[in-house]
Design a binder for this molecule. Structure first.
Ligand code: C2E
Ligand code: MG
Ligand code: MG
Ligand code: MG
Length: 276
């Protein structure tokens, strides 16, 4: 009897695995189609300077308008895209869509702050990354200083020497550079010192615990101090409450982003862009 049960268990387990594999294969096929039929779209989340209160940036966040599943957040398809290398064409499409939008805003006479784009480590480590991004910006007539590239600490850990070389070249070419989700990775301070950064983005998991966890507050203070001494701007992600905002302002954090100040929205709902 036990043997029979064991067999059933095995069959159940293996058929679930198969289902999982089929589902992700299906999603991969769907994503390939999506890339060829403009199913990806961009949302934009505002970033504000704490000194002036002004809009100081917009972060591009990709969404997938799936024909059956509806609007999908990046957490549901970016990991698969990374596994299948589809992140490379996907990443280029995001950059092109962002440039297309920036050009429209500029033609409407709007003042466009730096636009931050998330770049996967895989994409940034491509040998022709710089040539390719330069070519896209040139095609749209957009200045490189208009674009901030958000990278994560995992990039630096994967291939530190090459990453530092790529980042230096990008900075020299005129791009702004930010480290995203700062504090949850393992990049050493020694590496950080070697990087030509404009901005550190404190991960939302620290911001979330302002007012409840003194350890998170201590980490935030340390990052703010680090930014000041290395002359790198510090932005706190995930600001949801007035209390978090007040704390960050009092501690001298440079800028903030979060639901309290503005959710990621499609271009038509973005209220913070003004005439130049
Ligand atoms: P991220 O770059 O750290 O982006 C911030 C995420 O936090 C966004 O989630 C945003 O909607 C969310 N967020 C913003 N304010 C708040 C807040 O006050 N509270 C909370 N709880 N969350 C907030 P989203 O749009 O789901 O994106 C998730 C991640 O997907 C991004 O994290 C980024 O790592 C990745 N991603 C998004 N777009 C792209 C892309 O075009 N390319 C690549 N490679 N990755 C992307
Ligand atoms: Mg980001
Ligand atoms: Mg982040
Ligand atoms: Mg993230």
């Amino acid at each position: 009897k036990a043997k029979a049960q064991g067999k059933n268990c095995y069959e159940l387990y293996s058929s679930q695995l198969t289902t999982q594999a089929v589902l992700s294969f299906q999603l991969e096929q769907d994503l390939r189609i999506a890339l060829n039929t403009r199913q990806l779209l961009l949302h934009y989340q505002p970033q504000f300077s704490l000194k002036s209160g002004d809009l100081c940036g917009l972060e591009v966040l990709v969404r997938w308008q799936h024909p059956e599943k509806g609007m999908m957040p990046p957490g549901e398809f970016i990991p698969l895209a990374e596994e299948t290398n589809l992140i490379i064409p996907l990443g280029w499409q995001v950059i092109e869509l962002a440039c297309e939008q920036i050009l429209v805003w500029q033609e409407q006479g709007k003042m466009v702050p730096p636009v931050a784009i998330n770049i996967s480590p895989k994409q940034l480590l491509e040998a022709d990354f710089i040539e390719h991004i330069n070519a896209i910006l040139a095609r749209f007539g957009i200045a490189r200083s208009q674009i901030e590239l958000e990278i994560t600490e995992s990039l630096i850990m994967q291939d530190p020497d090459y990453a530092i070389e790529q980042l230096n070249s990008l900075r020299q070419a005129g791009y702004r550079l930010a480290i995203d989700d700062f504090g949850i990775g393992y990049s050493s301070l020694n590496r950080l010192k070697q990087l030509p950064l404009d901005r550190l983005k404190i991960d939302y998991s620290f911001t979330r615990d302002i007012g409840t966890n003194p350890k998170d507050e201590a980490i935030i203070l340390t990052v703010i101090a680090l930014g000041k001494s290395l002359n790198i701007e510090v932005l706190a992600e995930g600001v949801e409450t007035e209390a978090q905002l007040a704390f960050l302002k009092a501690q001298g954090c440079d800028s903030v982003q979060g639901f309290l100040l503005g959710r990621p929205v499609p271009e038509q709902e973005l209220l913070s862009l003004h005439a130049a």
